[in-house]
Design a protein around this ligand. Structure first.
Ligand code: NAP
Length: 244
């Protein structure tokens, strides 16, 4: 898909990987929709000024079906369509399984997995009608391997992989492609809070011996949106962590 002038909705794009993805698409000439639960600041919107594209902000919670639908409707009202959806919004609430509460489990599933369902359902009909569209779900290597203390998060990210492949099969013949990205250990607010000792242990498992950058994930997202013969795939970007 030629990205210039296309409209890209990136959930959870007020910081971190989502923000890097928004900048990457804008750099390629796409209009972007920024989102987070908190209001998007004018400074953040201004940081896109140099690209000469349209930037709109819609705040809301992807885990709320009505919110998700409203946000998509608002973006479509302002831009005309959504050509690419990046389901990036995600949270962690790490605890060992024996200590994890029902609420810890459900909250993470609701945002990371149900949120992607809510947003995808809101954009899919017009995408299939237009016979064009790309959906990119931000999963995690943890969804492939599991991780101690992350039964909730890993379940949500593994769920996203099954979701990606199922929807990809359903809409492939109608011109819409659905892929997932499984990032490894990427510098962001989410990983800043990981204790130093645990970070060292994670680094030891990365063949490339460094953490990844949000920009690197963003480049992959734009590649997946542009590559016309790629669907139903999960691409790990992890410095070799999960190579087989
Ligand atoms: P982050 O820095 O914590 O940013 C998360 C973003 O999601 C923020 O913009 C946040 O804004 C938004 N958000 C959270 N809950 C939301 C909701 N219910 N509705 C709408 N927006 C919501 O996280 P990150 O590290 O950039 O991670 C981004 C994605 O990559 C996540 O799905 C994460 O699981 C995945 N990932 C990250 C890593 C990593 O190493 N960093 C590795 C693998 C996968 P508000 O707080 O204002 O809502």
């Amino acid at each position: 898909m030629e990205i210039t002038s296309k409209n890209v909705f990136i959930t959870g794009s007020s910081r971190g990987i989502g923000l890097a993805i928004a900048h990457q698409f804008a750099k390629l000439g796409a209009n972007v929709v920024l989102n987070g639960r908190s209001a998007i600041s004018q400074d953040l919107i201004n940081s896109f000024d140099d690209y000469g594209v349209k930037v709109i902000a819609v705040s809301g919670d992807v885990s709320n079906y009505a919110d998700a639908k409203c946000m998509v409707d608002e973006a479509v009202a302002q831009l005309g369509s959504i050509d690419v959806l990046v389901n990036n919004a995600g949270i962690t609430r790490d605890k060992l399984m024996l200590k994890m509460t029902e609420e810890d489990f459900e909250t993470v599933l609701k945002i990371n997995l149900t949120g992607a369902f809510n947003m995808t359902q809101s954009v899919l009909k017009p995408m299939t009608k237009a016979r064009q569209g790309a959906i990119i779900n931000i999963s995690s290597v943890v969804g492939l391997t599991g991780n101690i203390g992350q039964a909730n998060y890993a379940a949500s990210k593994a769920g996203l992989i099954g979701f990606t492949k199922s929807v990809a099969r359903e809409v492939a013949a109608r011109g819409v492609r659905v892929n997932a990205i499984a990032p490894g250990f990427i510098e962001s607010d989410m990983t800043d809070v990981i204790p130093e000792k645990m970070k060292e242990a994670m680094l030891a498992q990365i063949p490339m011996k460094r953490v990844g950058k949000a920009d690197e994930v963003a480049q992959l997202a734009s590649f997946l949106a542009q590559q016309e013969y790629l669907t139903g795939q999960v691409v790990a970007i992890d410095g070799g962590m999960t190579m087989q």
